[in-house]
Write a protein of this length. Sequence first.
Length: 385
Amino acid sequence: MRHALQARHAPAAPSAPRAAGHRDAHVAAVTSDVTADVTPPVMAGATAELWPTAAADNGFERLGFEIGWDHAHHRLTPPADHLHGQHPVRQGWDAGRAAFGTRTLRPTRAVQRWLALRLQAWAAGIPFEGLMVTPHYLAQIEVLQCPVTREVLTQGQGLPTDAMVMRLRADEAYAAGHLVVVSRRVAQARGQAGAAEVAGLVARLHQQAQPAALPGGLSLAQWERLSGLLSLAERAPYERLATRPLRVLPPNRVVLTNPSQALQVLLTQLLMGEGYAQRQKAVAVLLPHADARRAFNLFMSALLARRLAAGWALDTQRLRTALEDAWMQPVIQRRWEQLVLRLTRGECERIVQAAARQGLFGGASRWLGDDALAQGWVPAAREAA
């Protein structure tokens, strides 16, 4: 059985209220507080009664109606493009305003992003997995800084730095596990390109001594980080991803399915907290043979040297940046290759799984099974067909 690693850390942005009864992405159970973000379950029945013709052949219109209804429930007005005539969103909005009156819920930023994302997905005909992708989930993945450009994100100002939710896999539904927040600049530069296409672009840019112009307004380092970010959700043979440097640590709630990348994250995160020496020794014990342990110690020594050079008085974000940049160093990449090529896919899997059981990730990640990953991961093209 394959497994996966989920990055888990506190969001840098201010937290939004949690949705009642919400079961967080790929996690067995999460208790949460009841807040004004919650739409009572009875509302689903109410929309069904108000949209009595909801059948398989008009599911698209029914979804638009529900989006309009939820806008009204939070006293928000849908965009003008969706308010004309018999538009399903307009019908749902009118019905919701009549049903709720002034008994509406507080439209937090996470709720506004949730509604905008649902509307965007609906208009584009892309499935949206609504069980786990909730306002609470979107608040968890929110960040203050774009992981690719490292610029401070703005909110809804029409700027290239505005925060946007991006799917790591453009051929998948909007679903928990592969959604990240980046700047509008990055989302537009990437377009619908997949991980392999962006990796190919980076390879071509490296072959040019002095690229005449970099596409999308991104620097070479930024394209490398975007490539690394997309690779976290790439479905590729183990051997293709095993020796690739970890250019970006996984944002919150991103699910990793390649065990070599999971091991990279584990070893990098060992240096992000107290007591790293003890955790390093505990990981060394998990290595399958002496040859791998020697390669492991050489790799960790090189990575620790970069960590020490950055200094100890760093906040969490600056430390993440320093460790990501360490992977640019040829010595780090070379020693990582020497380590990972001594391990099979199964051995990487067993190391990370055992490390997670022992708490060696420090609560930053959780090891998951395939059954959890099956929820919500629906290829968009197949679902829309």
